[in-house]
Design a binder for this molecule. Structure first.
Ligand code: KG4
Ligand code: ZN
Length: 346
């Protein structure tokens, strides 16, 4: 991977001039942000966790209804925190739960129409991939390697520039976040599972229970469905004797090992000079420190967003949208919502 010059990198991440209003409602967070370039002027995230806890997972229709209830108060709050009038709107339109996405898109269209400003639809994963560019800190060079780990996605992406992505490896079954969530549910740790597993694992012994670390045929792919089955067997076999901290620590270690193994291989194969870690699972402390150590070992720089910008948020959507708007993309007409959609630039 040939590195681009710092001047070119600066040009590549040129943002839209003036405040951008951003909306994200693809799953179970209603989020609105206002950005000025890379600077986050306001970021509000209203979570539906309590609503979905009783079912142990996201119920699409309930999520859409909750977005309808939350979107206006969240919009009001975010707009009240930034004095300047938005000059463009960015909204997640794909991929995600179509009913949930439609609430955000309709609100964004209404805002764009009322204010007479352009609107752009953003791919949710592009938002995660560009999230390390938020704020005033140093930005990852291009190209770099990015591990996207969320509730619905696990991908190793070569980020050539903002908008130019190549998928090097991906999960052949469950996502890493799903492995945390399903494992947590089986251990009685509730929903969502990632954070609960991390907390329970603090006092646990990661070597207590042997859990699988499957390697699919393509060396850079991931597989987590066997892990779920193994946790189910473990919970059934141990019954009352199960040590939840040890099981949580063993599950976390299996997921972190699998992710770190492919990242090490990809860094080696591609010769990338920088690594980024993004998505909800990037909030995991064990994974953050493990990849930081791996990056240091291989002599590459490591970038990971603040925890609040790892899990779903509108700020990352605003930034991805702002870069596209600065290139002249976007218009004020209808936006299509899609349950599945490839990353742009493939
Ligand atoms: O990016 P995200 O907020 O939503 C999707 O786009 O899917 O990711 C949510 C996922 C969930 O599976 C959740 O359990 C996981 O991120 N997660 C974590 C942690 N915090 C959230 N997983 C492990 N450790 C955490 N601390
Ligand atoms: Zn996400």
């Amino acid at each position: 991977m040939a590195l681009r010059s710092p001047e070119l990198v600066k040009a590549l991440i040129t943002t839209f001039p003036g405040p951008v209003l951003a909306i994200e409602t693809s799953c179970d967070e209603t989020s609105v942000a206002v950005l000025d370039g890379r600077r986050v002027l306001a970021s509000i995230v209203s979570s539906q966790i309590e609503l979905h806890q009783r079912w142990g997972g996201v119920v699409p229709e309930a999520a859409a209804r909750a977005h309808v209830e939350a979107i206006v108060p969240v919009l009001r709050e975010a707009l009240s925190l930034s004095a300047a009038k938005p000059r463009a709107v960015a909204v997640t339109n794909r991929p995600g739960l179509v009913g949930a996405l439609s609430v955000g898109v309709a609100a964004a269209q209404a805002a764009a129409l009322t204010l007479g400003i352009p609107i752009i639809g953003v791919h949710h994963l592009e938002g995660h991939i560009l999230s390390p560019l938020l704020g005033n800190g140093p930005t990852p060079p291009f190209p770099h390697l990015c591990l996207v780990v969320s509730g619905g996605h696990t991908e190793l992406v070569e980020v050539r520039s903002p908008g130019e992505y190549a998928i090097l490896g991906e999960t052949i079954d469950d996502a890493a976040g799903e492995a945390f969530d399903k494992g947590a549910r089986l251990m009685g740790l509730g929903y969502p599972g990632g954070r609960a597993v991390q907390e329970a694992a603090r006092t646990g012994n990661p070597k207590r229970y042997a859990l699988p670390r499957p390697k699919p045929k393509n060396a850079l792919d991931f597989s987590f469905s066997g892990l779920k089955t193994a946790v189910l067997r473990l919970v059934e076999a141990e019954g009352e004797a199960l040590s939840v901290p040890d099981a949580a620590a063993s599950l976390q270690a299996a997921i972190v090992d699998a992710l770190a193994d492919r990242v090490a291989l990809a860094l080696d194969h591609t010769g990338a000079r920088a690594l980024s870690l993004v998505g909800g699972v990037a909030a995991n402390q064990a994974l953050r420190s493990r990849l930081a150590a791996e990056a240091e070992r291989q002599g590459v720089s490591f970038f990971v967003p603040e925890i609040e910008f790892c899990t779903d948020n509108a700020a990352m959507i605003g930034l991805a949208g702002s870069i596209r708007l600065a290139r002249g993309e976007g218009d004020a007409t209808a936006l299509i919502t899609l349950a599945n959609a490839p990353l742009p630039g493939l």
